[in-house]
Design a protein around this ligand. Structure first.
Ligand code: PMV
Length: 325
């Protein structure tokens, strides 16, 4: 028996208010709620079909066979929710630099959640898809929706999922990703966030402050206040990275070029250009700005960085099926 194949496309999201710490490692329940912007430029296409002749799940990433252990764990969840017992063929094409702090796991698990659930014969609602994607990677819960998205932390498996804040935003903003290093990150987000929860003396302050930032940024988004959204975004990212530096043993994702970009953004700001940075579990910097200012910012970045390192993205859509087979 071979099931009908389904292919889904999901876009990455960049958190403006970060998820950094789990309350429940198995269910992937976060310590704090988070908020992100889904981007149009970076996405994953994933095809799934079940085949009763297979002895295990097979996983191909960008046409290369990969170890399927983590994906198989996720597929076990899909199988446990459906009637299917068969293993699956999973083929993903990543249009994101893999694990370089551009959140490829978010688009990967959001696309897998939709393709696998449909191939298994289930028609999950968007909140159900968000909950399923969350089990692969926390940030994937947010990539189910486009535009601005909030992942409400909840208190159990049923109550922890993302909700759209402004799916089809008409706000003329963009994010410039400065790709400093495409290599795999040295400390995975799983290890990094666990370490700060267990060892940073500032962790309780982070939770309080992140909830406060979330309320403030939702108001600023509604008011279309880019300065305010940018300030909250940048400060929230710096608080997350301060946790890393205060952990034991301490660690940091910053490289010298990361700091160079941060200084350039601050310089541009002092010249009156409204732009702000954010960073995730890697050295790459994402700059939030208006579409209007993006050309000048790119021009200034191009003095120090190769054009290939500069990628511009705009608000993108939620997860969708892309085959009609
Ligand atoms: O979803 P994960 O386990 O890859 O963790 C994502 C963590 C950050 O990207 C640093 C923050 C976030 O909210 O996306």
């Amino acid at each position: 028996m071979i099931s009908k194949p389904f292919t889904a496309r999901a876009h990455t999201n960049i958190a403006l208010i970060k998820y950094w710490g789990k309350k429940d490692k198995q269910l992937i329940l976060p310590m704090n709620s988070s908020l992100s912007l889904t981007l149009d430029r970076f996405y994953t296409d994933t095809e799934v079909y079940f085949d009763s002749d297979l002895k295990q799940d097979l996983f191909y990433l960008n046409d290369e066979k990969k170890d399927a252990a983590k994906v198989a764990h996720f597929m076990d969840l899909v199988r446990s929710k459906s009637e299917l017992k068969a293993f699956a063929h999973i083929k993903s094409i990543n249009h994101v630099p893999t694990t370089a702090g551009l959140a490829s796991s978010a688009s990967a698990y959001a696309a897998l959640a939709l393709a696998a659930s449909r191939a298994a014969g289930m028609q999950l609602s968007l909140p159900e898809l968000s909950r399923l994607a969350r089990r692969g990677s926390g940030s994937a819960s947010r990539s189910i929706y486009g535009g601005f998205v909030e992942w409400q932390r909840g208190h159990d498996d049923l109550s922890s999922f993302a909700v759209p804040i402004e799916e089809n935003t008409d706000w003329n903003i963009c994010m410039i990703a400065v790709v400093i290093d495409k290599a795999r990150k040295k400390i995975s987000s799983r290890v990094g966030m666990q370490r700060v929860v267990e060892t940073s003396p500032f962790y309780p302050a982070w939770i309080k402050s992140a909830e406060h930032d979330l309320t403030a940024i939702k108001k600023a988004i509604k008011e279309r206040n880019l300065k305010k959204v940018g300030e909250i975004t940048e400060e929230n990212a710096m608080k997350m990275h301060a946790l890393n530096m205060s952990a034991s043993p301490h660690f940091s994702y910053f490289e010298s070029a990361t700091i160079e970009v941060m200084h350039l953004v601050e310089l541009l700001r002092s010249e009156g250009i409204c732009c702000y940075y954010t960073l995730d579990a890697g050295p790459n910097v994402k700059i939030l700005c208006s579409v209007e200012d993006s050309e000048e910012i790119l021009r200034r970045l191009a003095v120090k960085f190769d054009k290939k390192q500069l990628l511009i993205a705009h608000p993108g859509p939620g997860v969708q099926l892309i085959n009609k087979k």
